[in-house]
Design a protein around this ligand. Structure first.
Ligand SMILES: C[S@@+](CC[C@H](N)C(=O)[O-])C[C@H]1O[C@@H](n2cnc3c(N)ncnc32)[C@H](O)[C@@H]1O
Length: 291
């Protein structure tokens, strides 16, 4: 293996960091600063573990070239790293992505499992992830609730195909299945009931769509835009919940910065806004009232 003389992983991270730090980049696709972004790129390309001992390892020349090429594209195209790498890490898990699909980052990832124990036991069986993107949340849910069967519903064909690949990557083909289609229509046509309906739908309102940083324009409008107030998908899910949630079922939904609009539009809806100690905003929970 050819090795670039004298360049070790730690030094390469420093060099990329200095390039990123002086570029007008926006973060938010898995990192929120130039240093973490440099670490993400170098470890993503070299495959090194994120630990102290990796910092001293020599960098192969092919990896060195690739890191610099991708750093240049990150700066010139303002493309998110996950799109450039074709994969990302979310909640410690690997997910395949491609240019043109949404990059996993929802704070719902941190809530699945133990933080939801007050509402959902570990034996939760029936779960659906509406607007599933590349399948990250539904796949994490399947891992956190080992008794569960999970349906992922996603409209975009490319994202649905990646969701299918990610299900296979995580060896969950026996418990997780992907449906390509309109989640609102799909939900309305169901006769079953779910213990957990989770969704991170598009929720960016029209004014915010106009001022998105360049990086977010690499993601599809279909994955972001949700009408004037950011609630066009949520508006269509809510009327279905009474019928589609099991007696002690839960609806878990991210609306991000559209949370104030949600509160204004549905002041009497008995929802709880969840604490998000790891960051993010606007995740609420609605409990079925059939207990
Ligand atoms: C904010 S992204 C979230 C993706 C994924 N849940 C995540 O957390 O990474 C919203 C996703 O909803 C999909 N979508 C938009 N409208 C939809 C609809 N009517 N039915 C199903 N999926 C839809 C988009 O293609 C996009 O993948």
């Amino acid at each position: 293996m050819a090795v670039t003389e004298h360049v070790i992983v730690g030094e390469l991270i420093e060099r990329v960091y200095r390039r990123f730090e002086h570029a007008p980049l926006a973060y938010g696709h898995g990192t929120d600063n130039a240093w973490d972004e440099a670490v993400y790129l170098v470890l993503g390309v070299t495959g090194c573990a994120d630990d102290e001992s990796s910092l001293q390892l020599p960098v192969a020349s092919a990896d060195y070239q690739r890191v610099h090429q991708l750093a240049a594209r990150r700066i010139e195209e303002r493309a998110p790293l996950a799109h450039l790498l074709g994969e990302c890490r979310f909640m410690g898990e690997r997910f395949l992505v491609e240019p043109g699909v949404m990059i996993p980052r929802s704070p719902i990832g941190y809530l699945l499992g133990e933080p939801l124990h007050a509402w959902l036991g570990p034996n939760t069986k029936k779960i659906v992830d509406l607007c599933a993107g590349v399948g990250c949340l539904g796949i994490l849910a399947a891992q956190r609730y080992p008794q569960s069967h999970v349906t992922l519903v996603e409209l975009d064909a490319r994202a649905a195909s990646l969701a299918q690949q990610n299900v296979a990557l995580h060896n969950l083909g026996d418990r997780v299945h992907v449906v390509q289609g309109d989640a609102c229509q799909w939900l309305a046509e169901q006769t079953d009931q779910w213990d957990l309906i989770l969704t991170n739908p598009p929720y960016v309102d029209a004014p915010d769509m106009k001022s998105l940083p360049e990086e977010y324009r690499h993601e599809p409008v279909l994955g972001l835009a949700a009408g004037e107030d950011g609630l066009s998908l949520v508006d269509r899910f809510l009327p279905e919940l009474a019928e589609r949630l099991a007696a002690d079922g839960v609806f878990l939904c991210e609306v991000g910065a559209s949370a104030p609009a949600m509160q204004r539009k549905y002041p009497d809806l008995p929802i709880q806004w969840l604490e998000l100690p790891k960051g993010g905003e606007g995740v609420f929970l609605f409990e079925s009232r059939k207990r």
